[in-house]
Design a protein around this ligand. Structure first.
Ligand code: BTN
Length: 330
């Protein structure tokens, strides 16, 4: 690691506290002049480093640059995100991750972008991904699992993202079956899991979990229709969260929950936050719409729905699409 990288890691780890030039020089084993030069170089690269004569240097808490170094400085994983590519702009991090996976990229490789020109959502929808506001993160997994396990991955990812957001904001979020995170009744995150089957078509060759979180204000970025249903952490809470720290926190939790997807302990955190439960819903199974009351989530992550005739259906995310919730979302 060179002086610039060591300095950035030290400042990122200080949690916004000032560190004096002398202390930095001693820690990094270089002169104070070398510290000053490294600070200038980082500022030129777009990092907001504040300096106060009597206190020293600190990385501004509102530093809004996504970077490999800053994400890594917060990361506590063994594998996830240890191979990390951060782009200023990309078509879609999921598309890029799938290309990398096909080329042999290892388990845990992650792709992050500041903006996506062709962000993709479920059912062929577009995921609006403006610059400087969100986290667009895709992670390659090589799980030893069957195709059906992809919905478990999405559920694990939902809980991982929910916990990461709650840790950094202190504000509780909800999960809408199966891949959306809600705050204040509007969507702040969507998850798209895409899988590739192995040659025998039985087990997964790889899966890509794509996560899009609206972090900074999206007012003025989303059109008048989207703003009715989608929001951001900042717009709902007034909190300005460091996107690098959130990215790392998501990867930390995702590693825990995807390490062994047969251990479904994350379902507890999922059920606690799931917001359809207790509501009347209309879902499409194939071309068939039906209405019932969502009563909970079963051990496989399916939505349990009680139909008007008293029968019970367990809906998998792959077979059903949610059309409507009758009661208003909280
Ligand atoms: C949805 O809401 O339907 C899912 C949205 C998933 C968006 C993320 S952003 C990172 C990754 N790249 C994409 O193109 N899509 C996913």
């Amino acid at each position: 690691m060179n002086v610039k990288e060591s300095l950035l890691n030290t400042l990122a780890a200080s949690g916004g506290e000032y560190i004096s030039g002398a202390a930095l020089a001693e820690k990094l084993g270089v002169s104070r002049n070398a510290v000053w030069k490294a600070v200038k170089a980082l500022q030129t690269e777009g990092y907001t480093i504040e300096s106060v004569t009597s206190k020293g240097y600190r990385l501004a808490m509102n530093n809004n640059r996504l970077s490999e170094k800053l994400i890594t400085a917060h990361l506590n994983t063994k594998l996830l995100g240890r191979q990390l590519k951060v782009f200023d702009e990309i078509n879609s991090t999921n598309t890029a991750a799938k290309e990398l996976a096909s080329g042999g990229a290892p388990h845990g490789t992650a792709v992050v972008a500041d903006t996506q020109t062709m962000g993709r959502g479920r059912l062929g929808r577009t995921f609006v991904s403006p610059a400087g506001t969100g986290i667009y993160l895709s992670v390659i997994l090589h799980p030893d699992l069957e195709l059906e396990a992809t919905s478990m991955m999405t559920i694990a990812a939902s809980v991982a993202v929910a916990e990461a957001i709650e840790e950094l904001t202190g504000v509780p979020v909800q999960i809408k079956w199966v891949n959306d995170i809600y705050l204040g009744g509007k969507k702040i995150c969507g998850i798209l899991t895409e899988a590739s089957l192995g040659l025998e078509m039985k087990s997964l060759d790889y899966a890509v979990i794509g996560i899009g979180v609206n972090v900074r204000s999206v007012r003025g970025e989303f059109d008048s229709e989207l703003i009715q249903t989608a929001t951001s952490i900042e717009d709902e809470t007034g909190l300005v969260i460091d996107r690098n720290a959130l990215c790392a926190a998501i990867l930390d939790r995702l590693e825990v929950y995807t390490d062994d997807l047969r251990d479904r302990s994350f379902l507890k955190g999922y059920r606690r936050r799931e917001l359809l439960t207790g509501n009347d819903i209309t879902a499409m199974v194939g071309s068939q719409p039906f209405t019932g009351k969502a009563t909970g989530i079963d051990g496989n992550g399916n939505l349990i729905v009680e139909l008007p005739d008293g029968s019970v259906k367990h809906l998998g995310s792959g077979e059903a699409n949610l059309c409507r919730i009758k009661k208003h979302l909280p």
